[in-house]
Design a protein around this ligand. Sequence first.
Ligand code: SF4
Length: 332
Amino acid sequence: MDKAFFSKKILSWYGQYKRSLPWRGGSAYHVLVSEIMLQQTQVKTVIPFFHRFLDRFPTLDALAHSALDTVYQAWQGLGYYHRARYLHEAARAWVALGRDPKSYEEWRKFPGVGSYTGAALAAILLEQRVAAIDGNIKRILQRCFGLDTLAEISVMAQEVLPEHHYGDYTQGLMDLGASICTPRAPQCTVCPIAQHCKFKNGIWTPIIVQKAPKPVRYGHVYLCVQNHEIWTVKNTKTKLLKGLWGFPISELNKEHNTSYIDLAQNLMCGTVRHAFTHFTLILSVWNASSKVQDIISQWPQGIWLGPKQREAMGFSKLMRKVENAVEDVLKQ
Ligand code: SF4
């Protein structure tokens, strides 16, 4: 296919069918928030969180001058909390810079802004000629041009960039990948580039690579319950969920420390399974109420919290699952 033809088709399709999204046409701050939220989360899930987040932190300054705990609270339910931490750090770096970033390279200096996010921000906000390549865009280029490797896709992504309207072009590819050239059931009959697509026309088929099963990791959570309150701590020990509030959790794949429970009783009160992107976690949940001093000495940065107070905390989905799995223990 004529490479200029590709970008022309994407731009004209975008002009006609672009999605109406709350961050489009908004400030650079709005676009940054949306791009960080959209890492690993679909648009329809992000939209209500985006509105809620902006109600809480309407401006860059408001976010930069807030405590990280309040950012975690606003992020609650969206998952992948490292994004909240990065967004907060990026806001602080942006305020410290004293002006808007002026290039892809400047955006990349902010925490949480990787090559795709940096390119998307530079194209959308600065009309910089850079190729953003996420999963959706990669799939379109791969299918349309019959490409087998990431290196080929990266080269092609540069070669098919238009001469202007980089922001619209990038968003056009995003929209096409999300709504038409979807992973399992591409709607080729309404695709603007179908006529030239090697996949659609049977000229190329993808190499099917069997996915390796996700590794499984194990851990232990220790609940100390007193008068309906639980010893709740800020996690500083494990890399996973670092900085978030929850119940004391052991290092993963380490032997269970039996000094935290009363061995005379059967105090395992449940297991919780949770899928992260790269592994599955299975947590054993222990009632460690009889060993409260041991737990507090090991996890001293904590507070006793009742159900209502816990509700208001920035708990991860994993810790909410733990809470739900052991409702009976929590009634003690
Ligand atoms: S024709 Fe089909 S496979 Fe090819 S880019 Fe369009 S939707 Fe994707």
